[in-house]
Design a binder for this molecule. Structure first.
Ligand SMILES: [Mn+2]
Length: 430
């Protein structure tokens, strides 16, 4: 029996208030879609099956380089974090897994597994950290980790990743995500070629230790913390890594890790075409790696990314199962509310992409009818699919309006009484 963090009676009472309106909206949308030969039930089923992992670090309040303003009732450690993740999943029924970060979430693995089981939560990709120094760490990562000039420092970073795999094995995880902050701040500081050779050799050591049913995700990022050059800076370098390492190595696309205006959906298409799309870190950005909520700034871009994923699904691309994870930093909102909304926005983009008339689109592309081709995408994007999302949640036992239900539950106030405010939250942005 899964432990409920919010009383099921309260969820049911909140849903009762909204059930009649939802039924009417769902039927009306169903009739509209039927005129386009789209079966609303088929879309609702697919949406219900679509899940996204919540990052353990996302439920704490984030910050910028300048300051962090703690929220109330912030999680004190990984067990509190899992409680908060369970709230998100209870209300959205879209986030049954959590992505952990080591060493931030390091604790007794058996207790961690038991806590996840009690809350009905599984564990998605493990995330290593060699971009900051852990307390008591022997060698510093100030000048890099897996690509460091010093062999002993590289070895220490490799061993940390091996430890992440071991922890993940005990938790039922099936993937390791590696993001490094290695790079340089000044022209001439680092030899690009030698640094990348050292990185590849370190990653090959990690790859060797990867269980056969695991995947290794490398995550590229254009800049920060290094501001002149970054060792794994773009999808091209990332693709070279995955190609060099072998069939268990894939590229992870964090939407925020690109220059503004980069055509990310096209990167996604390329990686799919060559069998190296491992998964996503969803978030949104306006200027740089802002880590804003998914769909907050450019929901059309999110839709276009999903359009590529659904296109691949429709074409029956072999062995296609990208990992979906959220990676955001919540500075001014209640992180639980942001993550609830983000999970919904991601499902929304998926639902909209599912209703694209692909046959018509292909015809317009073939005829070079640019206007009607783009209009075909827009037509799907303009559809208000909220009744589909709400109905999928309701049927699975979630909330028709998850944020309103969360607020009605008084959860934050309740945990604030148990959890004293902290200045440092062990949070971070990757
Ligand atoms: Mn990321």
């Amino acid at each position: 029996m899964t432990e409920s963090r919010i009383a099921p009676d309260l969820v049911a009472a909140e849903n009762d208030k909204r059930a009649t309106a939802l039924k009417a909206d769902y039927e009306a949308l169903g009739a509209t879609l039927a005129r386009r030969d789209v079966d609303i039930e088929a879309i609702t089923r697919k949406v219900a099956e679509f899940t996204v992992a919540v990052p353990s670090w996302g439920v704490g309040t984030g910050g910028t380089r300048f300051a962090r303003f703690p929220g109330t009732g912030e999680p004190r450690g990984i067990f509190d974090k899992l409680d908060d993740c369970a709230v998100i999943n209870q209300l959205t029924q879209a986030t049954p897994t959590v992505s952990l970060h080591i060493p931030w979430d390091k604790t007794d693995v058996k207790e961690l597994k038991a806590k996840g089981d009690a809350l009905g939560l599984g564990f998605d990709a493990m995330n290593s950290n060699t971009f900051s120094d852990a307390p008591g760490q022997k060698l510093t990562y100030k000048y890099g980790s897996l690509s460091h000039t010093d062999a002993a420092t590289r070895q220490q970073a490799v061993e940390h990743n091996l430890e992440c795999i071991e922890i993940g094995k005990a938790l039922g995880s099936k993937a390791l995500t590696v993001w490094i902050g290695d790079g340089s701040n000044f022209p001439g500081q680092s030899n690009f070629t030698k640094a990348f050779e050292r990185y590849l050799a370190s990653m090959a050591d990690i790859y060797k230790a990867l269980p056969d049913d695991w995947r290794l995700f490398s995550e590229h990022k254009m800049y920060e913390p290094a501001f002149y050059s970054t060792v794994v800076q773009d999808w091209g370098t990332n693709y070279l890594i995955a190609q060099t390492l072998g069939p268990k190595a894939y590229c992870l696309v964090d939407l925020g890790h690109h220059a503004p205006n980069t055509n990310i959906e096209m990167i996604v298409a390329r990686l799919i075409q060559f069998g190296k799309l491992g998964g996503f870190h969803f978030n949104d950005s306006k200027y740089g790696d802002d880590d804003l909520d998914a769909g907050a700034i450019d929901p059309y871009r999110l839709f276009l990314v999903f359009n590529e994923l659904v296109d691949a699904e429709a074409r029956g691309v072999n062995d296609f199962h990208p990992a979906h994870m959220i990676d955001q930093s919540h500075n001014v909102t209640d992180p639980i509310e942001s993550l609830i909304n983000s999970a919904n926005e991601i499902r929304r983009a998926y639902a909209q992409a599912l209703i694209v008339d692909r046959k018509a689109l292909e015809g317009y592309q073939q005829d070079n009818d640019a206007l009607m081709a783009t209009e075909t995408l827009k037509r799907a994007y303009r559809a208000d699919v909220e009744p589909i999302l709400a109905e999928a949640r309701r049927r699975a036992g979630g909330a028709i309006d998850p944020v309103a239900t969360y607020r009605a539950s008084g959860y934050r106030k309740k945990v604030a009484a148990e959890r004293p405010a902290s200045i440092s939250g062990g949070g971070g942005i990757i």
